[in-house]
Design a binder for this molecule. Structure first.
Ligand SMILES: Nc1nc2c(ncn2[C@@H]2O[C@H](COP(=O)(O)OP(=O)(O)OP(=O)(O)O)[C@@H](O)[C@H]2O)c(=O)[nH]1
Ligand SMILES: [Mg+2]
Length: 317
């Protein structure tokens, strides 16, 4: 493997395996959609539209994809149904890469921001804490010094869960007792990280408070307190979405992105679900990059989202 082959065999296997349920479901639907047809015609396109919508791609993105395929079919005159998946793969990959954000670099931290501060947000149970553990593992593996901050003080087990991850990965954690002020935990974490010349800080937050307004106010408070230690922190507000909830993940993204300044997305639990198509819709719809995808519960099961690799894995042979 050359130095540029970041996307190695092992990662491809994890991705293929993780997306296998979505893939099986999409393929069986496509097979039905083209049954008895040799040529891509209006009927096939209608059926295909339904396939994409029922695969959680989302209506807007589905219409864009269908439109591209229609144009392609008109241009190429005769397109066989056998060519359809190749066509889909090409057009979806082009759609995502043309009018959207760049793929993130492989777990790289940007230059000149030290410590680079990531605040992780999202509703309860989506996989925030797990994603933090996996991210810490990757940064550490890349030789970076990472600090974790247990600012989810709302739930008793939340701090313990992050402690377990910090031990598993071997990175320091800053915590206080359950019920303490999350902003104060964030403040302490940034101070420790700065004093110890850390490269990255990852802050866990609560997914559930008494109500939504409280939650948003608390996130704002945490952000403001961070700035007292690192003026341009948080550099990244990473919204975690549970991909297995399909369109619900899409709705959460809409709500959170209007309420807070989210600038990165992670979609988790793509393994074990047939709703992986939602990543295509989310990636197309939001001006915010999908940076990471979760493909399992293990330490290694987080990947940088690469649009073309994702589409290739989903529609590949
Ligand atoms: N299969 C699978 N499970 C995942 C993935 N990410 C997280 N999980 C599981 O989802 C469950 C919830 O994950 P947490 O990390 O605790 O979620 P959270 O957002 O921190 O939840 P709260 O702290 O309650 O807000 C755990 O059992 C995780 O192991 C993933 O990519 N794949
Ligand atoms: Mg948590």
């Amino acid at each position: 493997m050359g130095i540029f082959s970041f996307f190695n065999k092992e990662k491809k296997e994890t991705l293929d395996k993780g997306l296998s349920k979505t893939k099986e479901s999409v393929f069986s639907k496509i097979t039905k959609a083209i049954a008895g047809k040799s040529k891509v015609d209006d009927d096939v396109l209608d059926n295909l539209e339904e396939v994409l919508i029922t695969s959680d791609v989302g209506v807007d993105t589905t219409l864009k994809i269908i439109d591209r395929i229609e144009k392609r079919v008109a241009r190429d005159k005769y397109v066989t149904t056998q060519e359809l998946t190749t066509l889909l793969r090409d057009e979806i990959a082009s759609l995502l890469t043309e009018n959207n954000t760049e793929d993130a670099e492989e777990f790289a931290l940007p230059e000149g921001k030290k410590p680079y501060v990531i605040m992780v947000v999202g509703v309860n149970g989506v996989g925030k804490t797990t994603t933090i553990g996996k991210l810490a593992y990757q940064f550490k593996k890349a030789g970076k010094k990472v600090y974790l901050g247990a600012a989810d003080t709302f739930r008793a087990a939340a701090v313990e869960q992050l402690v377990i991850w910090s031990e598993r990965v071997g990175v320091p954690i800053v915590k206080q007792n359950m019920g303490s002020d999350p902003a104060s935990v964030a403040f302490d974490t940034l101070n420790s990280a700065k004093a110890n010349d850390a490269d990255a800080v990852i802050i866990d937050t609560a997914g559930r408070l008494h109500n939504k307004i409280n939650l948003m106010n608390e996130l704002t408070k945490i952000k403001n307190v961070m700035k007292k230690v690192v003026p341009d922190a948080p550099h990244e507000i990473l919204l975690v979405l549970d991909g297995s909830t399909g369109q619900n993940a899409f709705e959460q993204a809409k709500q959170f992105t209007t309420a807070t300044e989210v600038n990165a997305l992670a979609v988790t639990k793509l393994d074990g679900t047939a709703k992986g198509g939602v990543v295509i819709g989310i990636s197309d719809h939001f001006r915010i990059p999908v940076k990471y995808i979760g493909l399992g519960e293990g330490m290694e099961d987080l990947q940088v989202f690469r649009k073309r690799e994702f589409v290739n894995s989903l529609f590949g042979e």
